[in-house]
Ligand binder design. Structure first.
Ligand SMILES: Cc1ncc(C[n+]2csc(CCOP(=O)(O)OP(=O)(O)O)c2C)c(N)n1
Ligand SMILES: [Mg+2]
Length: 650
């Protein structure tokens, strides 16, 4: 394959991206399933022309299918959700026009990078030649002529380049692929393509377009690290695993199960790690941290050794560093990223989760925890599970107090959980439902729980659900979305209609922010500004009647099938009808009203959100007193972990 081929920069980009493959464990798949986009003058004649030419050509198998989205932020969410469902082995490309089209992708970029999920962003840039500037939508920075709005992608991207000349394209593309397929580096990858450069022709070496395979590695642990970690685990009396998203991305669920079954060590799960062990497994203690189960949180509190696997120890996972209270608690952290492996001053085992777990199980050589410790796990779990049952099926004193046509959120989650198939996927991101799902949802399959809680971005839900369904068309996808999140980004329902993609959206109407309302109340701010109401003429405050917003009609107007339910039986029937709806029939929306004042069972935990230190309000002063008490339990976790494999834990 020698010689050159004359193509525009955009045609070269499309041709190159269509022949990139990822490989892991000997299996290969196309790295890019397609390209989402919204055209404007920045990309319509450049990438737009190249994608059209690609769609019309009938002589090549390597196409990059194009899908028109409704909002640039949303299309990045869809791509990222797809990548998560595919264990980061496949993703999408996103093209946007100059200016607002491109900056709309910034939130998506942050979400991708924070969740360590691959996505290739191609924002358009204003003219590289600058001959006719300032053009429509161009930022003029008086202090630096080369600054554009796209520089805002730099802090949000794991790789950034701007192709001002065609000659720069090959290295930009190769650099982008390297980062996208690296489990440590991956996240948003941004290549800015100025609008004139997109249309420029160049003689490219033919080799640039040869198919390429990018192996996604499984870095092996160092033998010395495994020996030390195993010694610490053997010496621990109350070891406890915190399983994070890395367990899923590595496909380490079976290895984790083998490790737990061999040792009897219990597991608490972060949001990204939920489902690492299936519900009902004797060592599965469910969610840990601020939105955890009382079982996992009791064990975390007492643990003398915490084994973090594929977790980045966010504040929700560590209950803002109050979750681990044993004075001598130490950490062993298995993580593919040295950055995360070093957290909480732990012993770092830098490795792929599956490989490290397998090595640890072997090194522990039949070591088991005390039988009394196993019994304690079982007892704590029974106690918690009874609370879940009561949240799923609230007693008459709770249901009897509800207004007509209104359910508890626990009832809604319980009905969806029990009437969905084990392999169906639940999708959520912001509001009160992520916490409730973390506590209450019974996960029965490794890819069945998808709550985006790295960025917890309102509006991710519907586009995210779309991405999951595109990635996994054999599973039904239940998108749980609050009214607040729905109002922020309902428009990808239109994309689902256009592509005839079935997602089941459970739209939970509670007239405002249940989550932030409760938080506000707890912090002494009296639910200020958290419910959707008219401004009251007499007081001038947002405390009038509820707004007459008809969310069901809104969803219907986008072309979705909408079912409105008013009681538990109607909800059950709606879930069954939605499941029975045709796979190519587009989105089904179930509209249900819930009471925002009925809460999920308590986690016996905390989350650090600072309260005003001085205040004219009694509610705030009392909240500040409570805050200082919790704050006192916060721990720095800086003690060095013993490095002598023969030595005692402390
Ligand atoms: C884009 C974005 N803006 C603001 C927030 C802060 N926030 C978190 S939850 C929430 C309210 C969510 O309301 P809704 O979707 O109705 O869920 P509910 O709290 O009622 O369960 C807000 C404003 C956020 N997470 N994302
Ligand atoms: Mg709400």
């Amino acid at each position: 394959m020698t010689g050159t081929v004359r193509l525009t920069v955009s045609q070269a980009v499309v041709r190159f991206l269509a022949v990139q493959w990822s490989e892991r464990d000997g299996r290969r798949q196309k790295l890019f399933a397609g390209c989402f986009g919204i055209f404007g003058h920045g990309n319509v004649a450049g990438l737009g022309q190249a994608l059209l030419q690609d769609e019309l050509a009938d002589d090549h198998p390597d196409r990059l299918p194009y899908v028109l989205a409704r909002n640039e932020q949303a299309m990045v969410h869809t791509a990222v959700a797809y990548a998560r469902q595919k264990d980061r082995l496949q993703t999408w490309v996103c093209t946007a026009s100059v200016g607002p089209g491109s900056t709309n992708m910034l939130t998506g970029a942050a979400l991708a990078t924070i969740n360590r999920l691959p996505v290739l962003l191609l924002p358009s840039g204003t003219f590289a030649t600058r001959v006719a500037g300032p053009v429509l939508q161009e930022l003029e920075a008086p202090y630096a002529a080369d600054v554009t709005v796209n520089d805002a992608f730099r802090p949000l991207s794991r790789f950034f380049d701007r192709v001002n000349r065609p000659e720069q394209l090959p290295s930009a593309l190769l650099g982008a692929m390297r980062v996208l397929t690296d489990p440590v580096e991956t996240g948003a990858v941004t290549i800015v393509l100025p609008q004139d450069v997109q249309a420029e022709a160049f003689d490219w070496p033919v080799e640039l377009f040869a198919p390429r395979v990018w192996r996604v590695g499984r870095p092996l642990p160092e033998a010395a690290d495994i020996a030390e970690a195993a010694a610490l685990i053997s010496a621990a009396r109350r070891p406890f695993v915190v399983a994070g998203g890395g367990v899923h991305y590595s496909g380490a669920e079976k290895a984790l199960r083998a490790f737990c079954e061999a040792t009897g060590i219990p597991v608490g799960e972060s949001q990204a790690g939920k489902g690492a062990l299936p519900h009902g497994h004797p060592q599965a203690m469910g969610a840990v941290g601020s939105t955890g189960t009382t079982a996992a949180n009791a064990l975390a509190r007492e643990a003398d050794l915490v084994i973090g696997i594929g977790t980045r120890y966010s504040d929700f996972t560590t209950a803002s560093r109050t979750a681990f209270q044993d004075p001598g608690v130490r950490f062993v952290n298995v993580n593919v990223a040295r950055f995360d492996a070093g957290k909480l001053a732990g012993l770092s085992v830098v490795a792929d989760a599956r490989e490290a777990l397998t090595a640890l199980t072997q090194a522990l050589d039949g070591h088991q925890v005390d039988p009394a410790y196993r019994e304690r796990q079982a007892g704590l779990w029974r106690e918690w599970d009874a609370k879940v049952e009561a949240a799923y099926n609230p007693p008459p004193e709770v249901t009897g107090a509800l207004a007509d046509g209104v359910l508890t959120q626990g009832t809604v989650l319980g009905r969806v959980n029990e009437l969905s198939d084990p392999a169906d996927v639940v999708v959520c991101a912001a509001g009160s439902m992520p916490g409730d799902l973390h506590k209450l949802w019974r996960v029965r399959d490794r890819k069945a729980y998808h709550v985006e809680y790295g960025y917890s971005c309102m509006g991710y839900e519907i586009p995210g659900g779309l991405g999951v369904r595109l990635a996994d068309p054999d599973r039904d996808v239940f998108v749980m979305v609050g009214d607040g999140s729905y109002l922020m980004m309902p428009t990808e329902l239109v994309t689902a209609v256009q592509e005839r993609i079935k997602i089941i959206v459970v739209l939970v109407q509670n007239h405002g922010f249940h989550s932030i309302g409760s938080l506000s109340e707890e912090l002494g701010s009296q639910r200020f500004g958290t419910s959707y109401r008219f401004r009251d003429a007499a007081t001038g405050r947002l405390a009038g009647d509820r707004l007459p917003v008809d969310l069901a009609a809104s969803a219907r107007s986008f072309g979705a099938t909408v079912i409105e339910v008013r009681d538990r039986q109607e909800l059950e029937q709606a879930i069954k009808d939605a499941k029975a709806a045709p796979a190519d029939g587009g989105p089904v929306v179930i509209h249900v009203e819930t009471d925002p004042l009925v809460h999920a069972p308590d986690s016996a935990s905390w989350w650090d959100v600072p309260v005003s230190q001085v205040s004219e309000l009694g509610t705030t002063r009392r909240a500040y007193e409570r805050y200082t008490t919790h704050k006192a339990a916060q721990r720095p976790h800086v003690a060095p972990t013993p490095r002598d494999p023969e030595g005692p834990l402390r």
